[in-house]
Design a binder for this molecule. Structure first.
Ligand code: ATP
Length: 809
């Protein structure tokens, strides 16, 4: 991305021509990739070409191969599927078809091909590359092309692969373009089914895609709170010793247990490739029959089918496809003859470039392991997160509803059976996923013999004794609910003198720290899970600092970051930020439509985030904003002037070239500047547009806290909550060991026993709050070191501020 800054460098002698094709099943986000490849290619002095209808267009050539201009990819971010078309092409599987494809590439002067598709498409691309010199020789020998025509292409054809697949079944990448959008569609559908299931006390068997990969099924199971999931890599029964091959009885036992607890609905997710241990397919109709015959449940089957493919891409897929598109162009430019074709992937939140065929081989190896009934190996070959999330799913079901061996100390004042009394509290503004995190934390505690204690209405609720022990049924349906079921506010424990310098924010006030300690002690809270944003962080910091004064704080404490602002130290993502981002994307898509209809309107859209520009930056990147204003960079008169000049140039250029003016959006973080407010910027734009363009404002406000949490937030919440409870258990064990009879059974003053949990890359990381405090600015409420997403402000400009060179008119 940094290299893009040298876009002004002299273009290479012969402009590289890059063909772009989408192939196999369509997936949302393919368009975002085409857009970013096209624009970055143009910025880099290359010529992008669309190859329409996948490999069929390559084989047929002619009108199916067209040069792409900057405007051709306008508005593509919000369009689902692939606008350049895709196909399954049998011709290309034959050498004859590939000879014709090679001819069409050479005759158009195309010397690099970016293929966006699944493993089949990437295999086809690699085959073309492997055969390339033979194909060229044949074309020369049959006089279809001259040696001069293909001089620059003689040795090698540059191929780069991007994985567009809703199944997320490709090895060597954590995630594929389109999978998360597909998950959105599944969750929307199942959330809607849930209300009718509850009304009629029905069971629903929902069939989702996934021939060899259970990613969609598992993630959907976690996100919607399914009773059971059938995956290709993990055939039932789970308890082979007890059930042998009889998964039907195992499933019925689970469903019965749920129903006995008072559940009015049953949700079973079946992947299309689900099998039993003998490789016999498990079909939805059969599951329906089992539930109807054995449990007499009114059971319906819903096959979601192609609904899962479609629709506008979610924020995550737009982001992934955009940044991978940039990397694809970079990979084309640095490619060398003889080096294996790369596949752009994503590992631990970082872009990867791995040999394409290795990834394809490993992908096939999973299918082979399943075919050989080596299910353990099939699970191992998925990324470690898959297994971790599978375990998390089991924890959220009653499958493990048997108390484990966790004991604090014989005769200790702990919970029943020696489990821990774990307090769960929400603090700060609500964020999508807080409830999902609470649900899984409470259920996991119950599964493991602890006593989860719900604390209502934050710290002010605690000191009013608004405290209750969670039961299993308390959290039914919480995974899909927005806001905070426990209740949350900005009231904050008042720091002791010498403690962190914190002032309550907004409508929050200080709560007496001694009273907080007293009530924790009164309710015998032995471990504390705090779910919230920066307030949660500073509250934990305050209590940790006061440990020497109040022994009640000498317990393991962990904070689970949940805030739309994504500003908590020690994590790349906080729960709630993805929900907010999707709200911004949806709103900006609508605003852009309105702006486009008026042709020359620039909307200044104000987004939340406090002093952190995450939402504005990622929102800008995923909605195709012209620019963003964030607190980290501020706004000054010269940046405004530069942006106004750019807008004037763009609108004039469009009129001059006879193309419709585009409506544009600029995203401004709510605290980007106290002088240049959203209204002021809009007024300046209106005045300076001088009729060339107009301006309006839109303030998204609290809408961004979201209604229904996004699937990613529900999944992140689940994963983080499971890890928090496990961590609290470990810290409690260590604290118990250190305690002596004069102290409470759980007692710790160790910094390492007061942590925030975070997602760093793809890893779960625990950071002591006293340590992350060194990098935290409690005044601006963000980290002092630059965040991982900061370089994307530059990319937004690259993708929107293309400067026409005179010779192009
Ligand atoms: P999805 O994950 O949606 O199924 P895919 O890319 O795996 O996507 P396929 O139908 O397997 O979808 O492949 C798409 C196209 O790639 C095929 O129609 C064919 O044109 C080409 N292709 C696939 N495998 C090969 C191969 N072994 N040799 C040549 N071309 C191939």
């Amino acid at each position: 991305i940094n290299d893009l800054s040298d876009a002004s460098a002299p273009p290479p002698e012969r402009k590289k021509r890059i063909g772009i094709l989408t192939s196999g099943g369509d997936s949302s986000g393919m368009n975002a990739a085409v857009r970013s490849i096209t624009r970055v290619a143009l910025q880099k002095g290359c010529i992008p070409y669309a190859i329409y209808e996948g490999y069929q267009g390559l084989v047929d050539g002619g009108q199916y191969i067209k040069e792409l201009g900057w405007e051709d990819v306008r508005g593509l971010l919000s369009v689902g599927g692939t606008s350049i078309g895709t196909a399954r092409c049998s011709d290309f599987r034959q050498r004859e078809g590939r000879v014709r494809g090679a001819y069409n590439l050479i005759s158009n002067g195309i010397d690099a091909l970016v293929v966006i598709g699944g493993d089949g498409s990437l295999t086809g691309a690699d085959m073309l590359r492997a055969e390339w010199s033979g194909l060229v020789d044949e074309l020369i020998a049959t006089k279809k092309v001259t040696a001069e025509e293909c001089e620059h292409l003689r040795e090698d054809l540059t191929i780069v692969g991007l994985v567009g697949s809703i199944d997320n079944d490709m090895a060597m990448t954590d995630i594929t373009i389109g999978a998360v959008t597909s998950l959105h569609r599944i969750c929307e559908a199942v959330d809607n089914l849930t209300s009718t299931a509850l009304s009629h006390q029905r069971a629903f068997v929902i069939e989702v895609m996934g021939r060899h990969c259970g990613w969609l099924g598992l993630m959907a199971g976690i996100a919607v709170g399914a009773d059971w999931v059938f995956l290709p890599e993990r055939p039932p029964p789970l308890n082979e010793t007890k059930y042998g091959d009889d998964w039907e009885t195992e499933m019925c036992d689970i469903v019965k247990k749920y129903r006995a607890l008072g559940n009015r609905k049953t949700l079973v997710i079946v992947c299309e490739g689900a099998i039993d241990r003998n490789l016999k397919p498990i079909k939805s109709d059969y599951v329906q029959k089992v539930l109807t015959d054995r449990l007499h449940l009114d059971t319906r089957v819903t096959c979601l089918g192609h609904v899962q493919r479609g629709g506008t891409a979610c924020a995550y897929d737009r982001f992934l496809a955009t940044v991978q598109g940039v990397e694809a162009v970079e990979a084309v430019l640095r490619s060398k003859p003889g080096v294996p074709a790369p596949m752009i992937g994503n590992s631990h939140n970082k872009m990867t470039c791995t040999p394409l065929m290795e990834a394809v081989k490993l992908t096939h190896a999973v299918a082979e392991a399943i075919a050989q009934k080596d299910f353990g190996r099939a699970m191992e070959m998925r990324d470690p997160e898959f297994t971790a999330l599978y375990d998390a799913f089991l924890h959220s079901t009653i499958y493990t509803f048997e108390k484990n061996e966790f004991k604090v100390a014989p005769g200790s004042p702990a919970g029943e059976d020696g489990g821990l009394r774990v307090g769960i509290i929400h603090t700060g503004a609500p964020a999508g996923g807080m409830n999902a995190a609470t649900r899984i934390a409470a259920r996991l505690c119950l599964n493991r013999g602890h006593v989860p204690i719900g604390i209502r209405n934050g710290f002010s609720g605690l000191i009013k004794d608004e405290v209750f022990p969670f039961e299993w049924q308390h959290t039914v349906g919480w995974q899909v609910r927005g806001g905070s079921e426990l209740g949350t506010n900005r009231d904050h424990p008042q720091p002791l003198p010498g403690g962190p310098k914190i002032a309550p924010k907004g409508d929050g006030g200080f709560v007496d720290l001694g009273l907080v300690a007293y009530h924790l002690q009164k309710h015998n809270i032995q471990a504390l899970l705090i779910i919230g944003g920066f307030e949660a962080y500073t509250a934990q910091l305050t209590m940790t600092h006061a440990r020497s004064t109040f022994p009640a704080f000498c317990i393991p404490m962990v904070m689970l970051p949940a805030t739309v602002s994504n500003n908590v130290p020690g994590t790349d993502y906080s729960v709630g930020s993805d929900t907010a981002l999707n709200v911004i994307v949806e709103a900006c898509d609508r605003i852009k439509l309105s702006a486009n209809a008026s042709r020359n309107r620039v909307f200044v859209v104000e987004v939340q985030g406090g002093s952190c520009g995450y939402l504005a930056t990622l929102g800008g990147l995923t909605t195709g904003a012209t620019t963003v204003y964030i607190p980290e960079e501020g706004i000054n008169i010269s940046t405004l002037q530069e942006d106004i000049q750019l807008l004037c140039r763009r609108y004039t250029d469009e009129i001059r070239r006879g193309i419709p003016n585009e409506g544009r959006v600029i995203l401004r973080s709510e605290m980007a500047s106290s002088t240049y407010t959203t209204e002021v910027i809009s007024k300046i734009l209106r005045a300076e547009g001088k009729g060339l363009f107009d301006s309006r404002t839109a303030v998204l406000g609290h809408l961004q806290q979201g209604g229904v949490p996004s699937p990613l937030d529900r999944i992140r919440a689940t994963r983080l909550a499971v890890n928090c409870i496990t961590w609290l258990e470990t810290a409690a064990r260590e604290s118990r060991a250190a305690a002596n009879h004069t102290l409470p059974s759980i007692y710790t003053t160790r910094d390492a026993h007061s942590c925030t949990i975070g997602i760093v890359g793809a890893e779960i990381v625990f950071t002591p709050v006293v340590e992350s405090y060194k990098d935290a600015d409690v005044k601006t409420r963000r980290e002092t070191k630059p965040a991982w997403w900061r370089p994307f402000t530059h990319l937004i400009k690259v993708l929107s501020k293309y400067e026409y060179r005179d010779d192009e008119f």
